[in-house]
Design a protein around this ligand. Structure first.
Ligand SMILES: [Cu+2]
Length: 179
């Protein structure tokens, strides 16, 4: 009886009339819509295309907000994989604190150092094996994750580089833009 109350159809005794049953079957059947020969009519195709377009638009909006290409926002994640940074470019806001998650997926240690050219030049010849206490200089052991929070007061464009021997030369370099 409930079912009848819900869809308001039926014979009033909870049974379905033969007509209704066939309608329901049609709804679930394959190729029922269209010209009855399993092909879709132009109208149906365009409806499907519209649906697909809607999905694409939603997808694009999602990409814009989560950042495809350069990561964006006040929280970004940079992965280390095969001695490269992924992504190799991130865009953040100047002003508010930015939380940066550094995820080392490699079985070897890396470091993430961000700053102006002078900082990188110093680290290229530096002897500090492990960095700690400076949010812009983070050692990330093999298969581990570190989180650092940095506030960029002004718009800047800084390189981030792993200065362990040979890593920069191998391509472990990226760019952070704060705007
Ligand atoms: Cu490295």
């Amino acid at each position: 009886m409930k079912q009848v109350a819900r869809d308001g159809r039926g014979d009033g005794q909870g049974r379905r009339t033969p007509t209704e049953v066939s309608t329901r079957m049609k709804r679930f059947g394959r190729g029922v819509r269209g010209n009855g020969q399993g092909r879709r009519t132009p109208t149906e195709v365009s409806t499907r295309v519209k649906k697909l377009l809607a999905v694409c638009v939603v997808g694009l909006v999602g990409l814009v907000s989560t950042g495809c290409g350069p990561a964006q926002g006040d929280a970004v994640t940079i992965r280390f994989h095969y001695s490269h940074f992924e992504p190799s470019a991130v865009s953040v806001r100047a002003g508010p604190p930015v939380t940066i998650t550094l995820r080392n997926n490699d079985p070897i240690d890396h470091e993430w150092i961000v700053g102006p050219p002078a900082i990188h030049e110093m680290h290229r010849h530096g002897t500090e094996a492990v960095h700690a206490g400076r949010p812009t200089e983070v050692s990330v052991p093999a298969l581990s994750t570190r989180v650092t929070t940095i506030t960029f007061d002004d718009p800047v464009s800084y390189a981030y580089i792993c200065h362990l021997p040979g890593h920069e030369e191998y391509g472990m370099i990226g760019e952070l833009i704060a705007r």
